[in-house]
Design a protein around this ligand. Structure first.
Ligand code: SF4
Ligand code: ZN
Length: 312
């Protein structure tokens, strides 16, 4: 196959667009698409400080590199945040942090590494405590809490996460499957700020997962390719497999699903449920935003304190 633009040997085939591109033109296409997404959803204005959440995986690193080029063109500033979740299997968290830091330093981006253990527990301990059947939902809440807090403390007005098109659709399907309609009504690529909450943005939301992989490989970016040991058997992985099977037989179906959600489903749901979405107040313990009296992070922390005291 040949590159559609220059006729050189193609490096990436894009079945959803019925085309192929060489390495150089694919990288350019990838970065332009991120820019288009950022502008289309009004994700970043010039002069802003954007906190980029980097896990060390291919998506967050692809986002970091694409945004660092865009930052110069659009005139915004980037800072990095990495959370060490304390997952030991195969030195998982340790390697994730090392790789994130290497890339921040390569790009000259200021960053902060936050260790969950500083708050008295790790994700491995959380999994052993079995507060919920699967640790991922708690881990997700812990990450959201810390990323928001640190981004705000670093003076950022936006918090960018590396969720790609596949991640976005998987969450839409998961909310649908479990009937979490109010969650769906709040689920959008760019969430405006609220009291104590930094605006959350997903610059890769129109980027298929496979393209992030091609981008990091073609740019020679070192990333952590391992899978978290707690991911096994998660519904999210099954949903992604189902989406990939659909895409294989119907190229472009992921983009169609995304566009239908953005143009038809989200506007309806958000109109219907906006008034029912609970007001956000401040947690009585840590002061972070929450719709309950005590935020979920503080409740997890308290439960873990009791468990760990009992086991010592
Ligand atoms: Fe956390 Fe689950 Fe992701 Fe592992 S797979 S990092 S436990 S959300
Ligand atoms: Zn709290």
């Amino acid at each position: 196959m040949r590159c559609r633009i220059c006729g050189a040997e193609a490096a990436v085939r894009l079945r959803y667009a019925n085309t192929a591109l060489c390495g150089e033109h694919f990288v350019r296409f990838f970065e332009r698409r991120v820019e288009r997404t950022v502008r289309k959803f009004g994700m970043i204005e010039s002069g802003e400080r954007v906190a980029v959440a980097v896990s060390g995986g291919k998506d967050s690193l692809a986002m970091l590199y694409a945004l660092s080029g865009l930052a110069e063109r659009m005139g915004f500033e980037i800072v990095g945040i990495t959370i060490d979740l304390g997952i030991e299997g195969g030195r998982y968290s340790e390697r994730c942090v090392e790789i994130a830091v290497e890339n921040y330093e390569r790009l000259g981006i200021p960053y902060k590494v936050v260790r969950l253990s500083e708050y008295g527990f790790t994700v491995d301990e959380l999994a052993r405590a079995r507060l919920r059947p699967r640790v991922c939902s708690l881990c997700g809440s812990v990450k959201r809490h810390l990323l928001n807090k640190i981004a705000r403390e670093m003076g950022a007005s936006r918090l960018a996460t590396g969720h790609n098109l596949d991640d976005f659709l998987q969450v839409v399907l998961q909310h649908y499957l479990f009937g979490r309609i109010e969650e769906l009504a709040k689920f959008y690529p760019a969430i405006p700020p609220a009291p104590g909450m930094v605006s959350r943005i997903k610059p890769l939301v129109e980027t298929p997962e496979r393209d992030s992989m091609a981008y990091v490989l073609l740019k020679g970016i070192e990333y952590h390719g391992g899978t978290c040991p707690h991911a096994r058997g998660a519904t999210s992985l099954d949903l992604k497999r189902a989406l990939n099977a659909l895409e294989r037989d119907h190229p472009g179906v992921k983009f169609s699903m995304f566009n239908v959600y953005i143009k038809s489903i989200y506007p309806l749901l958000s109109r219907e449920y906006m008034s029912k979405i609970e007001d956000v107040g401040a947690c009585e313990i840590c002061g972070e935003p929450t719709s309950a009296r005590i935020c979920l992070f503080c409740r997890i922390r308290e439960a873990m304190k009791k468990r760990l005291k009992k086991s010592n």
